[in-house]
Design a protein around this ligand. Sequence first.
Ligand code: ADP
Ligand code: ZN
Length: 721
Amino acid sequence: MYAKVIVDIARSEADKIFEYSCPDTLKAGSRVKVPFGGRIIEGFVIDVSPLSSYENVKPVAEILDEEPALTQECFSLMESIARRYRVPKAVVLRLFIPSEMRRGRVHAAYRNFAVYTGADITLPASAKKQAEALTYLKEHGEGDYAALCDSFGRGAVNALKEKGALEIERRKQTRSPFTGLPSAVGEKTLTPAQERAIGEIYSSDKSTHLLHGVTGSGKTEIYLNVIAREIRAGRTAVFLVPEISLTPQMLSQLRGRFGNLAAILHSGLSAGERFDEWCRLRSGEAKIAVGARSAVFAPLENIGAIIVDEEHDASYVSESAPRYSTIEIAQMRAEYNGAKLILGSATPSIESYVKAVEGETGLITLTERINKKPLPEIIIADMRKEVKRGNNTAFSSALREELAETLAGGNQAIIFLNRRGYSRTVLCRDCGYVAKCEHCDVALTYHSEENCLKCHYCGTKYRMLTACPECGGKHVLYNGTGTQRVVADLKQLFPSARILRMDNDTVSGKDGHYSILKKFSEKQADILVGTQMIAKGHDFPAVTLVGILDADMSLHFSDYRSGERTFQLITQVAGRSGRAGEAGRVVLQTCSPENYILRYAVAYDYKGFFENEIALRKATGFPPYSVICRVMVTGEDGERTLETLKKVYFAIEKLRGETPGEFIFLNKMHSPIKKIQGKLRYQVLMRLASRNALGRVYDVAVENTNKNVLVYVEENPVNLS
Ligand code: ADP
Ligand code: ZN
């Protein structure tokens, strides 16, 4: 037989199918070792056939998997993904297996068990330990070999083995994560709104549905019901959530409902745990894959449903090659399997909502919280007035009063700081004026090394302002306040309050954020201060107040999505307040209280926000009415990097010459961050009228990447730093 093999090399020169002779037992989907260019390397068998197109092919050196690691679906997706993102096929195939499995860095774990044989043996009176061990085995039938040796001595256990009283059995072990989790309650009776939603998903002929439901409207319960339904029908399911929402609470809910049928793929697991969870899915023992972005590649067959919770979340776009969109991959898999795809959010991305409104996908709306609990009231605190009154702290008087009341009532509060990147904006604290680009209508970013303002979308430079052009005020450069400073202020204002802080500095290791969240949910603290990390998914019943310190930070971020991100953040953060018992409140501090984004957020008016935003995008020609495309050119050697940049730019200019209608804007420049880890960063930035020219731009990147300089494409990048 002959095996068609894709070698595990991430270079385009090796991106071909090679043939090797192999034993009849080799199956497509298995990994093998093969001779290649004088070395032995790993490869993926994509097909096995009795015929070869070549003579004198070399034999496969070693078979790594007895049962194939990859399925036919992987090969189908491999073709589509490689074509879509212009990456070598091997790079795509790597996504389907745990990274540690490559180069044999992880294996199944085995343990030895001592099993009582029932043989009747007599022991001398002096062999006390042997007698004790024998009694134990007679009582229990078997025991863990190492544990028995610890208790009775290795000599005694081995002597019993010699005498035939026990046999050693080697058994495969599953390293199961989160086994200690308490199991949560079972199924709930669905509300009529939930029934309707599920009915619509299954009666509609559309495969993708956007589930737009306010926070606390019972979306999770809908997901769990859909999963249960698929399992009953003999199919499998994928449940994707942002990494940050993989909380013990949520995992225990899944384990409680589905037991061992649910497998968790999570970057916080050990390599062994992740490998074992993957094996349980691959073998069919587990039927539900739960995890962040990369779990979209879970080794399941016969998928009935794929759920993407918080579908608007930026973490669903991969930041390393291939820079895939999880929703796109989910669509490919749903299509291959004939599965239902459910995208859920309280604040869908503009892109997903447009598709739903235009009928490309189904749209299901849940407008009420379970039990008709009201959404928390949002109070706007105008920080310009606070400054005028001489209050230069991070806390408005409204927020201070609300905090005092919350603490007096024995409830908890969350203080949220808006932090995205390290961008610094010119924002006047006296009147709310924001410096924007004349061409792009996005906020400018301050660059201290040149003491100037720059637009990240077109590269235009502006002189730094020393005073506000509107009101003459001097407080114009705005950095926001750090979490540490906020905690210090809080301690002064409320000396007896117990305060927890959660940000990148306090969260480290596998369980860093779990332990902080656990403390808070056990009411070991009164106030939780944190950044974006605390915005999502968590359910703290005793929280009745949320303070948003600087809503402006993301509103004026130099990003065309800043309005969208701000609306999402406020809605998500506000959703943490008043989930159980008492009604919740939110204090939103801002220097631009009349801003329309904030107005819609305060009224929980997603549709109003959407209609305004989409009109703005159309008028300014930002996505979805264009594609922002950045070709990054990075390398350590300045001359070579610049040379490659020129080649890339020249090739794209040529492309523009051929299809001028496709290019709205094109320029080459330094990236806002000029150097990262010793690598110089240049970029060719363009705005394309449609996706038509995108494939050609990808080709340019692939053609110009070389040993010294990496060239890659980003579509509508989440940040332009
Ligand atoms: P969402 O995911 O939309 O934010 P959840 O699914 O977390 O909402 O539901 C909010 C709360 O309502 C949770 O505490 C959940 O246990 C509860 N809940 C959801 N559905 C039901 C139901 N059918 N009956 C009773 N309680 C429910
Ligand atoms: Zn601009």
